[in-house]
Design a binder for this molecule. Structure first.
Ligand code: ADP
Length: 302
């Protein structure tokens, strides 16, 4: 069976429960401090592995990040291409207020110190039928995209989060583009008209001409575009507790199902069910579902 090679971010999430977010010049005492594994790359690797495929995760952690590597290993993920670099691992300071809203400061750390050798390590692992998975949390994605295009890799790109760099990316090698509504508008350079996303999807199609495109819309489901046109899929009805990592659960199970030979329609349903289950649990990596629960929800229907 083909595998997923994820050249992706890993992050240490520090979560602070505060009575209210700090304002300018203010100091706030946190009621609690918890530390979780996170980062879009790490979350997506774990979700894909739980979906039942082989995953190779390539990237960089700092000396404080050995436990992130262990977290991936514990899920059966191949971490032989993960490098320990100087400096701090990618990390986030997440304030959660009494209403459950969050305010986040993120530092890229070693996720932004990938060298050409790390890229070559990832590309060398991509064999016929495999997918290279990318998110927008590492440095020099323009170079990664160019090298992947030259080698003829199948590339899935989750352009998240958007930070301005995406405007310059050459997406001609991308086979599967996955974005949420904010990312879609930024990448397309245009907004939806009401809830009509067809203009945005067409603009994305021009940016990434070879790509099938998935636009996720949270509780409103998703829009899928390929050469046959646009299709919409509803979300599964759940009680949302915390939307963190819904997109990562979605992507991991989508890729896991595709790589196991399922149709795009079936893979989109698995992804949607995984995203829905992720919002019923608090946290990032800790909210990623098990495959049996995802299958159970797909059988129940939206
Ligand atoms: P992101 O986390 O990247 O913003 P979304 O919020 O669009 O991604 O979520 C990805 C997918 O997860 C959605 O397309 C949907 O299928 C599912 N999902 C997300 N939020 C909910 C929700 N509140 N209820 C049901 N499904 C959800």
């Amino acid at each position: 069976m083909p595998k997923l090679v994820n050249l992706g971010s890993l992050c240490i999430d520090h979560v602070y429960r505060v009575p209210a977010f700090t304002g300018p010049g203010e100091t706030v005492s946190s009621l609690t401090h918890e530390v979780f594994p996170g980062g879009k790359g790490l979350n997506q690797s774990i979700a894909a592995a739980r979906a039942g495929i082989d995953v190779v995760h390539v990237g960089c952690v700092g000396e404080d990040g050995g436990w992130l590597t262990d977290t991936l290993s514990a899920e059966g993920i191949d971490v032989s291409g993960l490098r320990v670099a100087e400096g701090a691992s990618g990390h986030a300071m997440i304030q959660v207020n009494e209403s459950g809203e969050n305010a986040i400061v993120i530092f890229g750390g070693t996720n932004r110190t990938l060298a050409r050798d790390d890229m070559e390590t990832a590309l060398a692992r991509v064999e016929r039928g495999d997918w290279l998975m990318l998110q927008n949390e590492i440095n020099d994605l323009d170079l990664v995209l160019r090298l992947a295009g030259e080698r003829g890799c199948q590339v899935a790109f989750n352009v998240a989060p958007v930070d301005g760099r995406e405007a310059g990316y050459d997406l001609s090698c991308v086979g599967l583009l996955i974005v949420n509504e904010i990312e879609a508008s930024a990448l397309a350079g245009t907004d939806a008209t009401g809830d009509d996303w067809s203009g945005v999807m067409a603009a994305l199609g021009e940016r990434a001409p070879k790509a099938a495109i998935v636009l996720t819309l949270g509780a409103d489901g998703l829009v899928y575009r390929d050469e046959t046109g646009l299709t919409t899929f509803p979300a599964y009805a759940v009680t949302a507790v915390d939307e963190t990592a819904a997109g990562d659960a979605f992507i991991g199970f989508l890729m896991g199902s595709l790589i196991q030979g399922e149709s795009m329609e079936s893979a989109l349903r698995m992804g949607s069910a995984a995203g829905a289950l992720a919002v019923t649990q608090a946290g990032a990596a800790s909210s990623l579902p098990a495959v049996a629960d995802v299958r159970g929800l797909v059988q129940t229907g939206p």
